[in-house]
Design a protein around this ligand. Structure first.
Ligand code: ADP
Length: 180
């Protein structure tokens, strides 16, 4: 059974593989080339099939903090939102703002495309080494704020690859004190 934690009425955290979710959109923690990579990016491209890369090639890349949308091909979701997270360089290179922008720009694509449900991985928390607690705090705070002021999306899911990552989101819920 999938472990799920409710962070607020519209936000939940689950442990699992984001490529298996039957949902309107999943977010890819891509790199700025949008031409594929390792980690969640590799898993998404493998599951979507080669047509995803073909569409990504037409997009001309994605600057750090921005987001672009494609179809999802063989994935069970309808769309993939590709965002390029910042590489952690110690915290003084605008990493927090850039990570926040990844969430905001991905969510703005939901508002523009009337996407009801979207799932995020822990952007930048893999090979880009962004500290996981700090990233989760930014993710929860940014998503909560956006949901208060926009009609889409209706539901946001944080997908944690490991049980330990899910624990981080459970703790984040406690000290963010968000019940909206
Ligand atoms: P980045 O380069 O942005 O750090 P990574 O793909 O290396 O991206 O890691 C981002 C996060 O995605 C990490 O927390 C990693 O554990 C997680 N991850 C990797 N594969 C999957 C997957 N299939 N589903 C959900 N999360 C995943």
């Amino acid at each position: 059974m999938r472990v799920m934690t409710l962070i607020s009425k519209k936000i939940e955290a689950v442990q699992g593989d984001i490529t298996t979710l039957e949902i309107d959109a999943i977010v890819n923690a891509a790199n700025t080339s949008l031409l594929g990579g390792g980690g969640v990016d590799g898993a998404i491209h493998r599951a979507a099939g080669p047509e995803l890369l073909r569409e990504c090639r037409t997009l001309g890349g994605c600057p750090t903090g921005e987001a672009k949308i494609t179809k999802a091909y063989k994935l069970p979701s309808r769309y993939v939102v590709h965002t390029a997270g910042p590489v952690w360089r110690g915290g003084k290179k605008e990493e927090d703002t850039l990570l926040k922008n990844c969430y905001l720009n991905s969510l703005s694509l939901c508002q523009q495309n009337k996407i009801k449900t979207i799932a995020f991985p822990g952007i930048s928390t893999g090979v880009y080494r962004f500290p996981k607690e700090r990233a989760a705090q930014i993710a929860v705070t940014t998503v909560s704020g956006f949901l208060k002021n926009n009609t889409f999306p209706k539901k946001v899911i944080f997908v944690c690859f490991s049980d330990q990552d899910l624990l981080i989101y459970q703790k984040t819920r406690n000290y963010s004190g968000n019940h909206g």
